[in-house]
Design a protein around this ligand. Structure first.
Ligand code: ZN
Length: 299
């Protein structure tokens, strides 16, 4: 009896050793499986790590990362991931629960948290911080450095490749940052103010010399009171704001109403939390698209 078990066990071990059972995580040439919350972070990861990565964004393009609910497919992707990349600061906290449900033990990188030398701006509630750091292109460069470090920890055998890819990307972003400054500089100084649907551009505005006069909603999914809307309308009139900007993934009824009462125009197809349809299919394209829309509306 004991001998039979030993033989079966030996047969099993031989089969296991010969079968196609080496898991992708043990194959040094296989790309690292990364899961991100948003399409924007997925694009940052792809550009940072180049061929060394296979990235899945849980939130599809055009869906809202603030209010997203994870699906069973997301749980499978999270449990299979070797690295998890999220923003933190309240943007995508729902992922924490997803990771628990998925029994994931992959390392988690929170791109926006604990970055040295960055003064965070206030969020929707007292004590909270605004999470949209990546819309300042220099801060996106900080995200890239952090992604590169996490990728090298996950894939130390390809550190040189990852470094080369990350530094080429960082150089492109530095150039993009300069271009944004130049473009915003073409808007007359008195017109460099805007109203947003949700508070996605405070870091962008601080970096490039614009003023966000107000936001239509405290956070996606939260409707403003009649008093909030009246106060925003007053602020728009007083500051002479020319345009209200909203994103492709949000309804426009509210900003349309505010525009009717103030004479401001609505530009309803900015991108910040999500990539979109071509040509807005990368972070760099998002920045170029938004800057062109801002310049066109405010000049
Ligand atoms: Zn947002």
């Amino acid at each position: 009896m004991t001998r039979l078990i030993a033989m079966l066990l030996a047969a099993f071990l031989v089969t296991a050793a010969c079968g196609p059972s080496a898991s992708p995580s043990q194959d040094a040439s296989a790309p690292i499986r990364v899961v991100t919350t948003s399409t924007v972070f997925a694009d940052l990861v792809r550009n940072t790590a180049g061929d060394r990565v296979s990235v899945t964004s849980l939130v599809p393009p055009g869906a809202d990362v603030h209010t997203y609910q994870a699906t069973p497919d997301d749980l499978r992707a999270a449990s299979d991931a070797q690295l998890i990349v999220m923003n933190g600061l309240g943007l995508d906290d729902w992922l924490e629960e997803t990771l628990v449900s998925a029994s994931s033990d992959a390392p988690v990188v929170k791109l926006a948290e604990a970055l040295d030398g960055i003064a965070l701006l206030p969020g929707e509630e007292p004590g909270e911080e605004n999470p949209h750091l990546w819309m300042d292109v220099a801060y996106a460069g900080r995200y890239v450095a952090r992604i590169a470090d996490a990728m090298k920890d996950a894939d130390p055998g390809h550190a040189a490749e990852i470094d080369a890819s990350a530094s080429a990307y960082a150089a492109r972003l530095a150039e993009l940052d300069g271009w944004v400054r130049e473009q915003i500089g073409t808007i007359p100084a008195g017109n460099r103010k805007l109203v947003m649907f949700h508070d996605a551009l405070p870091y962008f505005a601080r970096a490039y010399g614009l003023t966000v006069v107000g936001v239509a909603v405290e956070a996606p999914g939260q409707d403003p009171s009649a008093g909030d809307i009246a106060a925003l309308i007053d602020a728009i009139r007083e500051a002479g704001v020319k345009a209200i900007f909203s994103e492709d993934q949000f309804p426009t009824a509210l900003v349309d109403q505010i525009a009717r009462e103030t004479g401001a125009i609505v530009v309803a197809d900015l991108y910040d939390d999500s990539l979109g349809d071509p040509p807005v299919t990368s972070y760099e394209a998002v920045i170029r698209w938004d800057v062109e829309k801002l310049v066109e509306a405010l000049r």
